[in-house]
Design a protein. Structure first.
Lengths: 350, 448
């Protein structure tokens, strides 16, 4: 208590030791790294499912991507003489999500290229955390798919590890296209159950809809994501693919099949909801989710690629500033005759 | 009255750690008479009052020592009987130095305000009651210090139908209004009834947060006799903000840039109501108030009845001094209060609390980049976009900030409280408002 002075037998604060700063003088204890830690906890079910189905391949890819992402960010901040930022754990989260998007047969150099692309090109070159317009993991997946289509489609049957190219739920649609019976067979109850649990081929983290759903509910309970985004995205995919399925049963399976297959679940809960690259207003988030949903269906049904989620997310990311502008919220108490509106209309503010 | 009243929930807000348990069960204590009081001359928004006493004059307790400087002004009275000293400078709560009149006590503490009690106020003319409130120097005691007689004189084109009493006390740590409502229930209600008579309204709501069940019960017992309806409200800061309180109780939104009277409401702090009752019924002007002296470093936190002109140093001495190192001494609450660097700051009519915080309880801001998490948008009671606007202010793009309604920010601090990137959001907005106002003044000067 050396910073107190004695007066009348009572200790008082020493004025010279008092801090002068403006209000508010208190803060809740949250931080960016705590948020990232909570996101990682919500990713644990998906990580566990990937290891369950793909064994060592999943572990290998997760370790590679996480390490390469962290080293890429650390190396970049070192090379550009900035303060290291890896402490905020965002590189770790990007690494894990990127890993969950890769096929089980991905070689180590694919993880390296993807990590460097995600961290250095998509995030750091735009200014680092908070400044990137595109979701690093989604953009990296797109770049890898376009640049290295072969290794990116080295699928494997779960638990056996046999490498088979093309035998994934979405790949199966291409094979069955044209025949309404074959498509209906795809969407049968047994298949849907396999899709829900994850006993199918695909990227190591996206197969188990159940695991992702548990994580997604965790995200919503922790209030980490804008719930409007997964809601709008899933509802739009359901409606759009449902309408197309009813109109042309030979073209595409039923909507539940679409929702449970491919990257829709992980995209809806973990990628489209990335805070930095999604809109800030509730209405904007709904519009954003809907756009991703529509684009996903269009690419899947009529596009050249079997999967459209990552492309759709990246395209929608580009539209976020426009969505935010169009869906902005009026302040509390805004009336057309209120002072701020008057000033804008009068041209005092252009 | 127990008729369930419909209430609305305002957008956003936050519930910080309360801190009220430190002082909300301790009954208020009257501070002992001091030898010397330094009464700040300007304790109101509006024109500064003018001293009417000179050095060496003898004054009685409650005697006028500074008269109003205009219509929007409030007189100041002697907190005790004694002799007038010098006009000195004391530190102001907002920084800088302000003039104050020194009163040296003679120990007798004799009343002599020159204001006669009006026990029969129910049959007294409204203008006489209004004049009494003006003569008693009553201002908004919740913090704004706006002269009450002006607030009770809305222009004739504004039709007032509701009087709202602000007993929310939503700031953490503060318990002065709570103790006042519990211990001086009838004074608060009678003052409200007097204000309702002046405004000629039948609808009187007293908004109080649900975390004060004892005060709600005490008020409910007597409220019916005075025509007041007690409405318990959801515990959320800033429930006591004028616009939020009006919305919660009536569902009406005050237009941005507008005033409560635009939607037919007048809001009064419960402390101001008790002061109105004292002024009218007893003939006592405003010379003391309930103030919370609290914080974890304080030895005996509690509520004190302090006379105007008591210094923070004296108030802390009453409370037993500090038992741990204090990093901040704040006049007000932790969300909107003012940090001080001198213990010579005096208690004024709007000093609701003296709060001490330890180092680990104090916020420290870094300027990490905005991660667009959206918590500030969810939390802002004015439905603004604090995150993006702060990025605009950082790049000194004040025009864009103005277009995004930064001037509507009420500086409540909720956005800054919830930001995980620890960005000094409200501080940025204060800067933006200052720059925009300076630009507007310069533009007006050029036109003139």
């Amino acid at each position: 208590m050396s910073e107190e002075i004695e007066k009348n037998n009572v200790a008082l604060p020493e004025p010279g030791s008092l801090v002068l700063s403006t209000s508010p003088h208190v803060q809740d204890g949250d931080s960016i790294s705590k948020i990232m830690a909570k996101v990682l906890i919500c990713l644990l079910p998906a990580i566990a499912a990937s290891i369950w189905f793909f064994r060592f391949d999943a572990v290998r890819i997760l370790v590679y991507c996480a390490s390469f992402c962290i080293f890429a960010e650390y190396g970049w901040t070192l090379a550009t003489r900035q303060q290291p930022t890896v402490g905020d754990c965002s590189a770790l989260v990007t690494g894990v999500i990127l890993a969950l998007n890769l096929p089980p047969g991905a070689p180590w150099w694919l993880c390296l290229v993807g990590s460097i692309f995600a961290i250095v090109i998509v995030k750091e070159l735009f200014g680092g955390l908070g400044q990137n317009p595109f979701n690093p993991a989604a953009a990296a997946r797109v770049a890898l798919l376009v640049g290295f289509a072969g290794p990116m489609t080295q699928w494997a049957a779960p638990a056996t590890g046999e490498l088979i190219s093309g035998a994934t739920p979405l790949g199966a649609i291409q094979a069955a296209k044209g025949s309404a019976d074959a498509i209906a067979q795809l969407g049968c109850h047994d298949n849907l159950m396999k899709l829900f649990l994850g006993n199918v081929g695909g990227s190591i983290g996206e197969t188990s809809a159940l695991a992702i759903l548990i994580g997604g509910l965790g995200l919503m309970c922790f209030r980490l994501i804008k719930w409007q985004i997964p809601l709008a995205m899933l509802a739009t995919i359901f409606a759009f693919s449902g309408i197309v399925h009813l109109a042309a049963p030979g073209l595409t399976p039923n909507p539940l099949y679409h929702i449970l297959s491919g990257g829709v679940m992980i995209g809806a809960f973990f990628m489209a909801t990335d805070m930095v690259t999604s809109p800030m207003t509730p209405l904007g988030a709904l519009v954003f989710g809907a756009i991703i949903g529509i684009l996903t269906c269009v690419i899947r049904i009529w596009g050249a690629y079997p999967e459209g989620v990552s492309f759709s997310i990246v395209i929608a990311n580009a539209l976020v500033p426009l969505i935010d502008r169009m869906c902005y919220i009026r302040p509390f108490g805004w009336h057309s005759h209120s002072v701020s509106a008057l000033n804008i209309r009068r041209g005092e503010i252009k | 009255m127990n008729i369930p009243i419909k209430t609305w929930r305002f957008h956003g807000g936050v519930h910080p750690a309360d801190g009220k348990a430190l002082s909300n069960t301790v009954p208020a204590q009257r501070a002992p008479l001091l030898e010397r009081y330094t009464v700040a001359i300007q304790q109101n928004i509006g024109a500064p009052p003018k001293p009417v006493v000179a050095k060496g004059d003898t004054v009685k307790k409650g005697q006028l020592i500074a008269e109003p400087g205009g219509f929007v002004s409030a007189p100041v009275h002697a907190p005790t009987s004694g002799t007038v000293g010098d006009i000195v400078e004391v530190p102001g709560a907002n920084g800088g130095a302000i003039p104050a009149i020194e009163i040296i006590s003679d120990g007798k503490d004799e009343w002599g305000s020159g204001l006669d009690p009006i026990p029969n106020w129910k049959n007294t003319d409204r203008e006489i009651l209004k004049k009494r409130i003006a003569d008693a120097g009553i201002v908004g005691m919740g913090g704004a210090a706006f002269p009450t007689h002006v607030k009770l004189s809305p222009p004739p084109e504004k039709v007032i139908d509701t009087l709202i009493l602000n007993g929310a006390e939503c700031e953490p740590y503060l318990t002065a209004d709570h103790r006042l409502m519990l211990e001086r229930t009838e004074a608060v209600l009678e003052g409200a009834a007097i204000a309702a008579k002046i405004l000629r309204v039948d609808r009187v709501f007293l908004g109080i947060e649900e975390n004060k069940p004892d005060a709600i019960a005490a008020l409910n017992e007597k409220a019916g006799q005075y025509g007041v309806t007690v409405v318990p409200l959801h515990v959320r800061y800033p429930q006591g903000g004028e616009k939020q309180l009006i919305y919660a109780l009536t569902g009406r939104s005050v237009a941005t840039g507008g005033l409560p009277m635009d939607v037919g409401c007048v809001v009064q702090n419960v402390g101001s109501c008790a002061a109105i009752c004292d002024a009218v019924v007893e003939g006592h002007p405003l010379i003391e108030r309930y103030t919370t002296v609290t914080g974890t470093p304080v030895a005996n936190p509690g509520t004190w009845i302090l006379r105007l002109g008591t210094t923070v140093e004296q108030a802390l001495t009453f409370a037993g001094g500090v038992k741990a190192r204090a990093a901040k001494v704040i006049m007000g609450g932790p969300m909107m209060g003012f940090a001080q660097t001198s213990l010579g700051v005096t208690v004024t009519k709007n000093s609701s609390g003296i709060l001490l915080l330890q180092w680990q309880e104090t916020a420290e801001y870094t300027s990490n980049p905005c991660i667009r998490c959206g918590r500030c948008v969810r939390a802002c009671p004015m439905k603004l976009l604090p995150g993006p606007v702060s990025v605009m202010v950082e790049s000194e793009n004040y025009d864009e900030a103005e277009k995004n309604y930064v001037m509507d920010c009420m500086e409540c601090g909720v956005c800054t409280y919830v930001c995980p990137a620890k960005r000094p959001l409200v501080q940025h907005f204060r800067r933006a408002k200052a720059e925009i106002n300076a630009k507007r003044r310069a533009a007006k000067a050029k036109q003139a």
